[in-house]
Design a binder for this molecule. Structure first.
Ligand SMILES: Nc1nc2c(ncn2[C@@H]2O[C@H](COP(=O)(O)OP(=O)(O)OP(=O)(O)O)[C@@H](O)[C@H]2O)c(=O)[nH]1
Ligand SMILES: [Mg+2]
Ligand SMILES: [Zn+2]
Length: 276
């Protein structure tokens, strides 16, 4: 469908450049994470658990992170979604962005616009309604034969999605407790529900830990997880521009021009400010 809203269509050449940049970025991120892990492996045993990300501690054996957001009131929580996308990228987990409660949205074009923003960044996106069953054939298919972890703010409909996938989901649940090491050095308790549903669909859900609040990385590195900033940042006057309050910033200009979605830049700013 043609893009008519905030995001301007990229030309074919720009799309090719963006794809190339994203591939380079993925390779670079993978290399850096491998180096970090090698360093961790060489560190003292107790340090390893402290430095291991919370998601990595929880998501062992998980191949896909299903990030659930919801339309309606309150509106979609982009900072949570964008934080979870960063966490997934850092752990090289496949992601599926599931925008739920589509039935509550009067303006469907709005859902399409948001979905397009993320699809252009190479994320798998789908819209669902646990109330009407919309999108469920696709969701079921994307979860089959996989071990996925379901994450998202309270009330977005994670339980409703499970129920719609399998009405007997509660009988197929096992629960285990886990003690996690957080960045501060403290330990926290959480429980993990594991559902073994039909067609080899395994779904995990963590209780007691808002994962998106446990994003730890240097604030100067956050921009690496916003691939749409790469090309415009070449126009920034300062080499170390953080695209916040600087003047002559190519990224902010691209936001003004509608090339970068405003909500993505807002998420970025909030994440950087929180990590400073
Ligand atoms: N209209 C509509 N309501 C939904 C949908 N999905 C869930 N709900 C409702 O939203 C409320 C919260 O749904 P839950 O499934 O409990 O949300 P959750 O993500 O499991 O929340 P926590 O367990 O607190 O993290 C419930 O009243 C659901 O009936 C949907 O697609 N459409
Ligand atoms: Mg729930
Ligand atoms: Zn800039």
């Amino acid at each position: 469908m043609e893009d008519r809203c905030v995001m301007k269509d990229l030309t074919k050449i720009e799309q090719k450049q963006l794809r190339h940049l994203m591939q380079e970025r993925k390779a670079r991120l993978r290399l850096e994470r491998e180096e970090e892990r090698e360093e961790e492996a060489g560190a003292e045993a107790e340090d390893v658990s402290l430095r291991e990300s919370l998601l990595r501690q929880i998501a062992k054996g998980v191949s896909q992170l299903v990030i659930v957001g919801a339309f309606g009131s309150p509106p979609l929580a982009f900072p949570t979604l964008d934080r979870l996308l960063i966490l997934a990228q850092r752990e090289e987990l496949e992601t599926l962005l599931c925008l739920n409660k589509i039935d509550l949205l009067k303006n469907r074009a709005e859902a399409e616009r948001i979905a397009r923003v993320y699809r252009k960044l190479d994320y798998a996106v789908m819209t669902t309604s646990a109330a009407t069953g919309e999108g469920f054939a696709e969701l079921r298919h994307k979860l089959e034969q996989k071990r996925s972890m379901l994450v998202g703010d309270c009330g977005v409909g994670k339980t409703a999605l499970l129920k719609a996938l399998d009405p007997y989901y509660e009988q197929k649940r096992t629960t285990r407790d886990l003690i996690l090491s957080v960045n501060s050095g403290d330990q926290i308790n959480c429980s993990i529900h594991e559902y073994k549903l039909v067609n080899a669909t395994e779904v995990l859900e963590v209780n007691g830990v808002p994962l998106h609040e446990h994003l730890h990385l240097p604030h100067e590195e956050v921009h690496r997880y916003f691939p749409e900033f790469f090309a415009p940042s070449r126009e920034c006057m300062a080499d170390d521009c953080l695209h916040l309050r600087e003047e002559d910033c190519g990224v902010k200009q691209a936001v003004e021009d509608g090339v970068i979605a405003k909500h993505r830049h807002e998420s970025y700013m909030r994440i950087v400010e929180a990590l400073r």
